[in-house]
Design a binder for this molecule. Sequence first.
Ligand code: PXL
Length: 266
Amino acid sequence: MTSPQLAYVVAGSEATGGAGFQVDLKTFQQLGVYGVGTLSCIVCFDPKNNWGHRFHPVSADIIAEQMEAALAAHPSMKTVKVGMLGTPDTIDVVSRGLREREWDNVLVDPVLICKGQEPGAALDTDNALCEKILPLATVVTPNVFESKTLSGMDSIETVEDLEEAARRIGSQGVKYVLAKGGVELPGPNAVDVLWDGEKITRYEKPKVGEQRVSGAGCTLAAAVAAELAKGDSIYDAVATAKDLVYRGIVARVSAETPFDTVWQGA
Ligand code: PXL
């Protein structure tokens, strides 16, 4: 028996199991990678209030303790995925923890707009993410809204716009930008674009309905991280991840929440 490769995730719990930390670990397991995790915050949707977000950050000292344990236990772990962090304080402590190691792959899913926070606090959180976490990223995976925000573009309405956004985000210093069109852009396919500093590669799958499915972005980013941890190229990692997400959306798990959720085991 050979030992599995390791992948680390720092992310928030989404208590229904449809997104966040739970999805990251399920995805790692599905791809044969040993998952290690640090919890940054806890989101509990409220079934009595239209599934609105209730948001609870984990305190900075407890995040630091989790990171200390995870990094000390696994000196060879060189791939990390960063999901939702939640507040300027959680971002600060995670950024300091990540700087303790030379990583091969730092994949940042830039979860902007922390629902459940005041608008002003959410902006401070987004700014802290851009200032303290994005400079550490080797791969960033924005959706259409996040691509617009990070690129400074007024609108993204076509795949060509999304490609321009990916180039602009890449010019800020991130090696690989995987911008996700999902169901937001018109056309029969869900198109993601990868900018590597020199060229764009498009990844396309037929849209499965026009509705968002919960956990698709988390699954995609976690799957890319898992494949990079196994030593795949970014191009193969994205292709594998896109395929896993597509199959997981076809086999979606229905829920009472506003969105069905991806089945990572498909
Ligand atoms: O899908 C983005 C996301 C990531 N992480 C957590 C979430 C969500 C969306 O609800 O709750 C913890």
